[in-house]
Ligand binder design. Structure first.
Ligand SMILES: Cc1cc2nc3c(=O)[nH]c(=O)nc-3n(C[C@H](O)[C@H](O)[C@H](O)COP(=O)(O)OP(=O)(O)OC[C@H]3O[C@@H](n4cnc5c(N)ncnc54)[C@H](O)[C@@H]3O)c2cc1C
Length: 539
């Protein structure tokens, strides 16, 4: 396959999709390449917090200001992805008492909306909070569903005539002298190779941006900063709770959908594709959770996972080796002035919350390089329809009730509203419609799109039903369906294993009985695996 375009974007996370949306809206011929699915990288593995800016007011005031402004804007542009939970910064007994006053003053300086409230009011709002908190501040934090946000962005790119090509891995950058003119790579589903020529390439590959830059012969030092999160089985809080102290490990709990997520840790790792979840990290988060909610350990931990921060290390400033002290701010790199290689810009670092602004800066610079000044339209273009509402399981239930839903049962003609995933109320009709649209046999794509398998039973009942529907709808050979099921289960179990105690352990044992003893998954014939989690080959 050979194509040519004006703007070619590498990476389908928030930064890349934001840039593709911006470029397509400005009328550029735009193509985006992503080696995995949407939200495959860090954007699908983050903490879920639309920052108010409060976290950065003392250490990084510029980021605090940007977060506050983008927070207000994104609530208007994509309301169905954002839950207005509000946020609290609370001083727990272990936190430095003098931080609260500094925090309050710095919020005012950085235009981060803040109101001091009494500990009693905070406890009334969040009854599980530590009763020994001494100060409490209300801020504009919210929780943001990145799966939904990235799907909406991809749809917006396509609506503006841009192309989003998934499972297309870039393996080489094509140079003509000192100018980058395109890329080559591989379609990971068909195995075919592709070549795309472009007037300018935008490297938005997050924690992998250094590897893309290296393909172009440029050095960009991106340190992958691993951050662990643990999802608790229920909403322990309905408000985002932050500790009022200098940013540290395990100091935020975010209510996300039906669960609450504590995070994060931050350790530099050598490889963004290979990292382990360590016992000490799990223990640390559980212990920090108790500082915020004393009964934290008595609640069920559902799963643990990690993402990697793309922390840009300016090689000219060698001082920062502690990854938490490295800047969370973004860096826009012009390889022409920096490395003498024209035709490529890299955007590294930053936050999910500020993706739109980062994309605007990147495309503004691309416009200047192309000699085609065109106005950015993203501030005033809705990503969502204005009446779109936040996804909740209760809304799915209401729509199922009006459609006479059925639990999964074997009937000759399965009803389209048969429920396949009881935890998240995913129906056969939703799965079939997704499959017709995407053509993808990958169960993890269903998970990201429909939340299949994300509830308390962690796919104990829905994975085998869903793979049966995939098999029927896409007319697959049995070994392909089998390998999809196994890959999906392995990935679910990987996240459950680090928190295996109490109820979670019992639930996992039960799932293992279903899959191993009843269905005999260990003995199923399997076929060549589609690379669900494409990784780079490293020496
Ligand atoms: C633990 C953790 C918690 C966080 N919490 C928050 C939070 O609560 N709020 C917030 O605002 N921010 C948060 N962040 C930061 C935020 O998630 C990231 O800054 C942001 O998601 C990065 O987006 P990105 O598009 O730059 O990178 P990514 O989302 O990683 O996208 C890069 C994409 O490039 C693709 N790619 C790489 N190589 C290739 C190739 N060769 N060919 C094709 N595609 C390729 C990858 O597959 C990937 O999908 C958190 C980060 C971490 C790690």
């Amino acid at each position: 396959m050979k194509l040519s375009t004006e703007i070619l974007i590498l990476g389908g996370g928030a930064t890349g999709l934001g840039a593709a949306w911006d470029a397509a809206l400005r009328g550029f011929k735009t193509v985006l390449l992503e080696k995995g699915d949407l939200a495959h990288g860090t954007s699908g593995r983050y903490h879920g917090l639309l920052h108010s800016g409060g976290r950065y007011v003392l250490r990084d005031p510029q980021s605090a200001r940007e977060c506050a402004a983008e927070n207000a804007l994104l609530r208007r542009l994509m309301p169905s992805c954002i839950e207005d939970t509000g946020g609290l910064f609370v001083t727990a007994p272990a936190d430095p008492a003098d931080y609260a006053d500094q925090f309050f003053a710095a919020c005012k300086t950085c235009a981060v909306p803040v109101i001091e409230t009494s500990p009693a009011e905070a406890l009334q709002r969040e009854p599980l909070l530590n009763p020994k908190i001494t100060r409490a501040f209300r801020v504009e934090d919210a929780s943001c569903d990145s799966f939904d946000a990235l799907h909406l962005l991809a749809r917006a790119v396509r609506a503006a005539n841009g192309e989003v090509m998934l499972r297309h891995r870039v393996t080489q950058i094509i140079r003509s002298g000192n100018r980058i003119v395109g890329v080559t790579g591989e379609n990971l589903v068909t195995g075919e190779s592709f070549t795309i020529y472009a007037d300018i390439v935008l490297n938005c590959a997050g924690a992998w941006a250094g590897r893309i830059a290296a393909m172009a012969g440029c050095e960009v030092k991106v340190t992958p900063g691993k951050g662990l999160m643990i999802a608790m089985n229920s909403r322990l809080v309905n408000t985002v709770i932050n500790r009022c102290k200098p940013p540290s490990d395990g100091d935020i709990i975010v209510p996300v959908g039906t669960v609450s997520v504590i995070g994060t840790t931050d350790t530099a790792v050598p490889n963004p594709d290979k990292y382990a979840i360590e016992d000490w990290e799990v223990e640390l988060l559980m212990a920090e959770g108790e500082q915020i909610i004393p009964s934290f350990r008595q609640h069920r931990a559902l799963r643990a996972w990690a993402g990697v921060r793309p922390l840009y290390e300016d090689t000219k400033k060698e001082e920062q080796k502690d990854s938490r002290l490295m800047s969370r701010a973004h860096a826009l790199l012009d390889h022409e002035s920096r490395d003498g290689v024209a035709g490529m810009l890299s955007m590294v670092g930053g936050k999910f919350t500020t993706f739109r602004r980062m994309a605007q800066l990147l495309v503004d610079t691309a416009c200047a390089k192309l000699g085609a000044e065109r106005k950015c339209l993203t501030k005033d273009t809705l990503i969502d329809s204005p009446d779109a509402k936040l996804h909740t399981v209760s809304k799915r239930l209401a729509s199922l009730e009006s459609n006479k839903w059925h639990v999964a049962s074997s009937t000759a003609q399965p009803p389209s509203h048969q429920i396949i995933c009881e935890c998240e109320l995913v129906t056969r009709a939703q799965i079939e419609s997704h499959l017709r649209e995407s053509g993808s046999p990958i169960l993890n794509d269903l998970r990201r799109d429909l939340r299949l398998g994300m509830g308390p039973c962690q796919a104990g009942f829905c994975a085998y039903r869903a793979v049966g529907i995939i098999h029927e709808t896409l007319q697959l050979a049995p070994p392909i369906s089998n390998s999809q099921l196994l890959q999906f289960l392995q990935e679910r179990w990987k996240g459950e294993r680090p928190v295996m105690w109490g109820h979670s352990l019992r639930s996992l044992e039960f799932d293992l009985h279903i899959y191993r003893n009843l269905l005999g998954v260990d003995t199923l014939p399997v076929e060549r695996e589609i690379e669900v989690y494409p990784t780079e080959q490293t020496s």
